[in-house]
Design a binder for this molecule. Sequence first.
Ligand code: ZN
Length: 231
Amino acid sequence: MNNRPMVVVQCWDDGVATDVRLVDILRRHGAKATFNLNAGLHDRHRQFGWIYEGTEVSRLGWDEMKEVYQGFTIANHSLTHPRLELMERAVARREIAEGRDRLQQFFGQAVPGFAYPFGSYNEEIVQLVRESGHVYARTTNNVSHPFPPEDAMLFHPCCHFLAPDLWSRYKMAKQCGVFYFWGHSYELISDVMWNAFEEVIGRISADPDSCWGEVADLFDGEMYTMLVPDK
Ligand SMILES: [Zn+2]
């Protein structure tokens, strides 16, 4: 294997209030991250969303999102988080395309990534995501060697951030040069969990054989050529 550091990428879904605490940790450790958002589900101010493990989950308001995600990358998670494969084609297309357009307009940055709501998709949905101009799309299927994916529209992560075998997957991923994990910050429901998470981030940041990266950069010419030299 080569001496290049492994690129570590992470992404977080659903645009929830606990992302505020998450980005504080990420910033303190110099970690990059992508946030997959549903442009059709946010109100001007923070709103109650649902209950998770007895705890209220709120969605962030538009009035705070620019500040919360400043310096991080935004990706599309569809307009309203439906099961896309159950929708009529035209409706699914709007969910995918308008979700991206609205995020690009609001954040004033290109939105190259997509994450399938509920991690579910079929061939037609994959095609619609591709046609809408996305550079890659993330599933929730966990694989040992995520990179390079056979199809950039089916980019499988290594594991969920709470996976008990995260470190062995991290080690395994060094063989392909990319470690990709994902999750939702609302799953961190106690200070013990938050502290454990911060330890994970700190440990990755301190690993001289790894560096934080942006998911879209993996599919950009330069880094792609570096990681997949024979292509
Ligand atoms: Zn989601």
